[in-house]
Design a protein around this ligand. Sequence first.
Ligand code: PEP
Ligand code: MG
Length: 579
Amino acid sequence: MLATAVSRGIASGKAVCLFGTKRQYFLTRISPTAVDDEVARFHGAVAAACEQLSRLVNDGDPAARSSAGIFDAHLLMLEHSTLASDVESFIRKRLVSAEWALRQIAEDFADKQSSISDANLRDRVSDFEDVCERVLSSLDGGGIDLPTIPPNSVIVASIIRPSTLIELGRHRPVAIVTEHGGWTSHSFIMAREMKIPAVTGVKSALRLIRDDMPLLVDGYSGRLVINPTAAAVAGSTAFDRSATPASSANLHGSTTADGREIVLRANVDRLDQGFSLSSAGTKGIGLLRSEYLFPNIIGGLPGEQTQFEAFDRVAEACGPDGVRIRTFDLHVDHLTYLAEDRELNPALGLRAIRLSFADEKRFREQIRAILRANSRGNVSIVLPMISGVADITRVRRLIAEEKQVLFDNGSPLPDLPVGAMIEVPAAVMTIDNIVKHVDFICLGTNDLVQYLLAADRDNEAVAANYQTLHPSVIRSISSVIRAADQVGISTVVCGEMAGSPFYLPLLIGLGAREFSMNPNSLNSIRSVVAGISFEEANDLARHVATFETAEEIEKYLRDFYSDNWPHLQPLSPVTARSE
Ligand code: PEP
Ligand code: MG
C-alpha cells in the first residue's frame, strides 16, 4: 500500500503495535515472579486515578457543575465496577503488563456496549474509555523505563511521540509506520537523525496490522508491504544499499563554486549526538532543541542544576564554534497527563515562549542554567515562537536580572547573545524592528510554513496545503534575510528546508549564508553548495519571485536544476528533500 515517505531507507521486520497517546505501550509479557508487583502497580494507578477524580469533584470550580457530575460518574465506575478485578485476573492469567491487560478489558467492554441500541448505555463507552485513559496515565507516573522491543521490530502506531522514540531509541526499531504525521513532525525529524526509515499516512494501520506481522517499509517511495515475499525483501534491501550516497569528494569545504562562503551547523536534540561534530566539519550546534534532552519532561520540568549539567556538557564538547540553546519549545499537552488540562488547539495556545512566560519562576531557572553553561563564552540563547519586540525585551530583562544575581553570588559570566526564532507571521511583519533587538535570527521554516498557511505540520490530511514553496513563504524568507543583513546580523535557516538539497539553492539565492540541519544531511548539502554558484542561485531566486503559485515554482526549480546542474541530479523534493 502507498503511504508518505518521511524518513529514507528500506527495512523489513516484525510489527510491534504501539498504543496510548501519552506514555505509549505495546504487548509486554512478564514472568510469573513479576505478577504480584505488576498487580500492585496497577492498583496503585487505580488509587491515584480515584484520588485525582475525587479532587476534581470536590475542589472543582462550583460553576463547572456539569463536569463535576461527569467526574463523579467516572469515580463510581472506577470504584464500583469489576474493571479493577477483571484487569487483575487478566494480568495473572495471561502474564502481561498492566497497560496491555487494561487495554484488552477496555476493548472487550467497547465491543459489547457498541452493539447495544440504548444510546445512554452506548455513551458509557466513551466514559469508560476516559476512565481507562486516566488509569493508563497514572501507570505512567512511576517513571518506569519502556520495556525492550525485540530485535528487528517495525513500530506501528497512530502517532509516535518524540519521547517514545527517544526511549525506544535505546533498542532501535528498524522502521516506523504511523497513521498520522508530516515531514516536519518532530518524531520524523528525529527518525531521520536516527536513520530509521519511516512512512506515515497509513489509514487504519492499527486495525490492518497485528503484532508480529512481517512488514517491508520503503522510506524512499512510501511503500508499505504487509507479509512481503522473501524476494521482495531481498530486492528492496539490495536497492537500499545501492541508494546509499557515495561519500562526497568535498567533505570539508562549504563554499559555492564562485567562492561564497556558506556556514553549516548542526541541529541537535539528544545528548548522545553532537560530540563528533567538529570531525563532521560543522560550525557547532545551530539549534539545540533543549526540551528533547529531557525525555521525561511530562513528569515535571528539570531543575536548574539538571539543565545546567546537560547544557554544560554540550557546550564543553562544542568548543569555540559553540552552541545555540533554544529555550523549551513545549506546549501544555507535553506537561500533563490530565485530559482536562489539555488545550483544544495547542499550536495556537500556551506554546514555547508563551508557556515560559506563564511560569516565570521556572523560566528564570532555565535562563540561569543557560547563563552558567556560558562560562566559556560559547553559548547563545534562542527564543522560540517570538511574535514581536515585546517578547524580546521581556526576556532581555530577565536575562539581565539573573545575570546580576549570579554576579552578586560571585559568578561573573560573559554576555549571552540572544537570537529570535522567526516562525510566526507577526514576527515576519515586524522583522525590521525585531532585528534591532537581537544578536542573530533563526529562521524556523517548519513552523513558519505551518503558521503562514494555517496548515498543521503534524497532520497528513493537510500535507498538500503545507506548501514550502508558497510565494508567501519565499517572500517572508527573503524579507527576513534582507532585514537582518541591513543591520549586520546573521540569519541561520534551521528548519528542515535547510537540510534539503532541493530547497538549498533557492535559499542561497535568496541570500542565506548560514544553515543548521540534521547532521545526516551535511554531506549531501556540502556537495550541492560546491556544485552551484551564487550568481546562478541568485538568478534562480529572482525568477522564482515572479511566479504566483507553489506549483509553478516547483516546476521552475526542477527545470532549472536539470538544465543547469545536471551533475547534481537527482534534485527533486521527493528524492532529495533530505538525507
Ligand atoms: C522550525 O520550526 O523550523 C524549527 C527549526 O523548530 P522546530 O522544528 O523544533 O519547531
Ligand atoms: Mg519551530
